[in-house]
Design a protein around this ligand. Structure first.
Ligand code: PA5
Ligand code: NI
Length: 183
């Protein structure tokens, strides 16, 4: 596909070729407060985020995806994506904020960075960095990601250990704290 449209108000990508909806029940063990998550699952199992992608697999190709990350918290931890490394670790990615407010958390070994995201902001995720998005706002946080077609997603080690930092709400603002489960 050589051209396409995004509805910038709703964050809807037309003509997507793949999509994933992650509900609370898909995020078991990703949050500190498992009890709060279990409760949420029983009370309607809300959607945490949705991804709509146009993929072109293979080296030299580019794929792109819109993520709609819903607002909310599990305990005091903001809704977030699972986060991943690229299967091919040396593949980078570009993130472009379209709506709402969030953070992009990036980690390579012990090196961890976080960058605020908003509409119009472009963030480069260099090769070798795991990345996760967090919705720190009150509405949907929507962004576009552009990545090499052969990058692949590796969720394994993040699902096990998480990132070195977690993002929580504290006195009405976000705060980045050490992850007690790290290591
Ligand atoms: O390519 C990306 O990095 C994004 O499109 C993510 O895949 C998307 O935000 C969903 O996050 P995750 O794949 O970690 O569940
Ligand atoms: Ni990625």
């Amino acid at each position: 596909m050589l051209s396409n449209y995004i509805d910038l108000e709703k964050g809807i990508l037309e003509n997507y070729t793949e999509n994933v909806i992650r509900r609370a029940s898909d995020m078991l063990n990703f949050y500190q407060d498992n009890e709060a998550l279990e409760k949420m699952i029983k009370n309607g199992n809300p959607t945490i985020y949705e991804v709509y992608a146009v993929t072109h697999e293979g080296g030299g190709e580019l794929s792109y995806a819109i993520t709609i990350l819903h607002p909310g918290k599990v305990g005091n931890e903001y809704f977030m994506t699972k986060g991943h490394y690229h299967e091919k670790r040396d593949r980078g990615e570009l993130y472009i904020g379209l709506k709402g407010n969030g953070l992009l958390l990036m980690q390579k070994g012990e090196e961890i960075r976080w960058i605020e995201m908003e509409r119009g902001k472009i963030v480069y995720v260099p090769p070798y960095f795991a990345h996760r998005s967090i919705n720190t706002g009150n509405g949907n946080f929507v962004f576009l990601a552009i990545y090499p077609g052969d990058a692949g997603h590796d969720y394994g080690s993040i699902a096990e250990k998480g990132f070195a930092k977690i993002v929580i709400e504290e006195n009405g603002n976000y705060a980045v704290k050490d992850n007690p489960r790290w290591k």
